[in-house]
Design a binder for this molecule. Structure first.
Ligand SMILES: Cc1ncc(COP(=O)(O)O)c(C=O)c1O
Length: 413
């Protein structure tokens, strides 16, 4: 057991990257090893197996590749979709826009169902779209980090397979894996895209993608070549299979330190207390605590229906008259880092807080206590300062406004 303790730092409560445990950070600092070494192969193989377990899948193919969450979009767009094929995107915010852009980059013809700001796409709208046209795939953002909206992944998977069984269901889980339950096999999800830096509790830099065997077959039997070199599953599949069966194989150097850190986090998530089921419960409880505290301050959530509010993050409207710059730096002064809005039409109207991973599952750390205290003080201080500012401005305007008799006087002079 190491005695390593990370440097004192501001509490990182944005919706990713998040706080990581000392053990994870220490693993990341392990001297680099050869990616083909006997030390490293079981770590990689185990990471594949534990990722599968986390997603409640018996046989999904896991790809662990150096890159950020965005690389997951490139992987599914380039491997699963051929130019000219129709894809339906259920758009609940900024990340839906980007996912569409990525799909179009690889030649997909994209239709979108755009939910109102703060809402998720409804079952009836999805059904209507599926009945109107045949889609190669339906893609959606499980938690859109820009709005804190949680889509109903089970409903999406089941609805798509009921109406259009051959359509692939692609879930962007960058902001949901390990903070929201995802039952890949039971819910008929064909691809889950994620990244190391959010609920998965490791530093950024690892793209994590899980693909059903059916989707893998679709990619293997495509008619046109994959138009990406680095993201091609044909190149990565033998590497993943080799590592999983305990053998080394090279295509491009894996981020050995990051995989060690990810492996450490996966073991904490799947092998240590709390259990996976309890982890999801603790995320719900932590989320409710933050949402209750926000409500006590008289502030409103961006998600319009609590059923569609994420459990790993909150998006909250600022008090009237305040902008992001009035609040976020005040929390930073109290050593708590949160962030502003991201949706292009509303970004200065709301702020976002991440409450994933250790922050949610380890109450002894006191992260939520610190956050809630800092939030209360900062909101009150920002409101008081705004009031003072407007009183001073009013006074100044009253003072400088020339009174009629003075104007007459000066005119005479
Ligand atoms: C839902 C979602 N999808 C995709 C991404 C892109 O991931 P990355 O920034 O790691 O490339 C993000 C990033 O925050 C995200 O929140």
């Amino acid at each position: 057991m190491s005695t390593f303790k990370q440097e004192p730092h501001k509490l990182l409560l944005i919706p990713g990257p998040i706080e990581v445990t000392d053990e994870v950070l220490y693993a990341n600092a392990y001297p680099p090893v050869a990616h083909t070494s006997a030390d490293f192969i079981p770590i990689f193989g185990d990471s594949i197996r534990l990722t599968r377990e986390l997603l409640y899948s018996s046989d999904a193919q896991i790809f662990l590749i150096a890159g950020s969450g965005t690389l997951g979009w490139d992987q599914v767009s380039s491997n699963l979709i051929e130019p000219g094929e129709e894809v339906l995107v259920l758009n609940s915010g900024y990340f839906g826009d980007s996912f569409s852009d990525c799909l179009k980059t690889y030649g997909a013809k994209v239709d979108e169902i755009r939910a109102d700001f703060g809402a998720a796409v409804s079952k009836s709208d999805l059904e209507k779209a599926l009945l109107a046209k045949k889609y190669k795939a339906v893609a959606f953002t499980h938690v859109d980090t820009s709005t804190g909206v949680l889509s109903d992944a089970k409903m999406v998977g089941e609805t798509v397979k009921a109406i259009s069984p051959d359509s692939l269901v692609i879930l962007d889980g960058v902001c949901s894996v390990a903070s929201e339950e995802i039952r890949m096999d039971d819910w008929s999800i064909d691809a889950v895209i994620s990244a190391s830096q959010k609920g998965l509790g490791a530093p950024p830099g690892l793209s994590i993608v899980a693909v059903s065997q059916a989707a893998l077959k679709v990619s293997a039997t495509r008619k046109t070549p994959v138009t990406s070199y680095y993201a091609s599953w044909k190149r990565w599949l033998p590497i993943m299979n080799a590592y999983e069966s305990g053998k080394p194989m090279y295509f491009a150097t894996p981020p050995v330190n990051l995989i060690r850190a990810y492996h450490t986090s996966l073991k904490q998530i799947t092998r240590a207390a709390p259990s996976l089921a309890d982890r999801f419960k603790l995320h719900k409880e932590a989320s409710q605590r933050v949402k209750d505290a926000v409500a006590e301050l008289g502030l409103k959530q961006v998600p319009t229906d609590p059923y569609y509010a994420a459990n790993g993050m909150s998006a909250v409207y600022l008090p009237d008259g305040l902008g992001v710059a009035d609040l976020v730096p005040r929390l930073a002064q109290r050593d708590v880092v949160i962030t502003g809005g991201l949706h292009k039409d509303y970004k200065d109207k709301y702020f976002r807080i991440g409450h994933m991973g250790v922050t949610a599952v380890n109450p002894e750390r006191g992260d939520l206590d610190k956050l809630i205290a800092a939030l209360k003080d900062s909101v009150r201080e920002a409101i008081a300062s705004k009031k003072l500012q407007s009183r001073t401005e009013n006074k100044r305007t009253t003072q400088v406004r020339p009174r009629p008799y003075l104007r007459t006087t000066s005119a005479r002079l």
